[in-house]
Design a protein around this ligand. Structure first.
Ligand code: 5MM
Length: 330
């Protein structure tokens, strides 16, 4: 087994998953403001420290996806965040995409930026302590019109170029083609779009000669659209999600992690539990775990309110949610 495969597999340690703490400046600003918390670089550092500085997170987290600025910041203990996480056995990774912009030929759809200076940035991030990376593409469903085949194809092409560059730089790529939960679509439509998105992605990865054994897929669950009025049961989500993944994901990849996508913390935990249970009953060739941002941070953020005095209560809520999500893995 080469080093990349070993790193990728170690992210799937039993009972552990990933915290996605890679919100860009814009997303972090919107997120903090939505809880009435002050914004700016120092508040973003305190926001990261709230989570990374909580005692015992290594019981539940194998890795944390960071935003690039966080690689250079220190926690309240005076240690650089990547070093402090690595000391506790948590593998630091970094988001390397440059965010999205509207596609010129289909302006209601998004294409992810960031390939231009990627090799230089990867060399830097590796020196700064990152062992893995993440690139997110966004696929939007709207009736039968969206996504267009072009949006799926162009985003898959960039994900494949990203993965190839990352492997050449000696880092593990996490590929996140997020099929958005937002929309009025049915669960059947979400499932079909996920199968098409992943099928296109894996053909493109083969075309780019990406080594399957060290890649990690970060995927959405198959859910009825958030505005569809339909509430799926965890068993429905689990069946459709695993069926779609079995249909479109090769067995050789290192593993699959799920994003929460705007589900509530309880919903993301219950759906993960049903997926893990069904996966154990059937035959799934890949290890599975979580890579949540909102679903494991939002209860803590609501308690924190940006105040030092609220840190213990917020960290207790964070650890409690981590314990539940970890238990959901079975
Ligand atoms: C979909 O977003 C990713 C997973 O988060 P959720 O579990 O909340 O769905 C997340 O890693 C996302 O990619 C980062 O927060 C970065 O987002 P931006 O929009 O800042 O690139």
């Amino acid at each position: 087994m080469n080093d990349l495969v070993a790193t990728a597999r170690s992210l799937f340690a039993p009972g552990k998953g990933l915290l996605a703490a890679d919100e860009s400046v814009h997303t972090a600003t919107v997120r903090l403001a939505s809880y009435g918390i002050a914004t700016g670089a120092e508040m973003r550092r305190q926001y990261r420290d709230l989570f990374f500085g909580a005692d015992g997170i290594e019981r539940y987290l194998s890795g944390i996806i960071l935003f690039s600025e966080t690689l250079l910041e220190k926690g309240n203990d005076g240690k650089l965040f990547p070093a402090s996480l690595a000391e506790r056995g948590i593998i630091p990774g970094v988001k390397v995409d440059g965010g999205t912009e509207p596609m010129s030929a289909s302006s209601a759809e998004l294409i992810t930026q960031g390939l231009l200076d990627l090799p230089e940035r990867l060399a830097l991030y590796r020196k700064q302590g990152a062992a893995f990376t993440k690139w997110r593409a966004v696929i939007r469903i709207d009736g039968d019109q969206l996504p267009t085949a072009m949006a799926i194809h162009e985003n898959a092409k960039r994900l494949a170029s990203y993965a190839k560059e990352v492997q050449s730089a000696g880092l593990v790529p996490i590929l996140e083609p997020e099929v958005l939960y937002e929309g009025k679509h049915s669960r059947a439509r979400a499932r079909a779009v996920l199968v098409e998105t992943l099928g296109t992605l894996f053909s493109m990865l083969d075309e780019h000669s990406v080594d399957r054994a060290s890649i990690i897929l970060k995927t959405s669950m198959v859910l009825s659209g958030k505005e569809s009025g339909k509430k799926d049961t965890p068993e429905e989500v689990a069946k459709d999600t695993l069926d779609a993944l079995r249909e479109s994901v090769p067995s050789q990849i290192a593993g699959i992690v799920f994003l929460s996508g705007g589900q509530t913390p309880d919903q993301a935990t219950e759906n993960l539990a049903a997926i893990a249970k069904l996966a154990k009953e059937g035959t799934t060739p890949w290890p599975l775990t979580f890579s949540y941002a909102r679903a494991i941070q939002e209860e803590a953020l609501a308690l924190w309110k940006g105040e030092e005095a609220n840190v213990p209560a917020a960290r207790a809520a964070f650890l409690s949610r981590l314990e539940k999500v970890s238990a959901a893995l079975g």
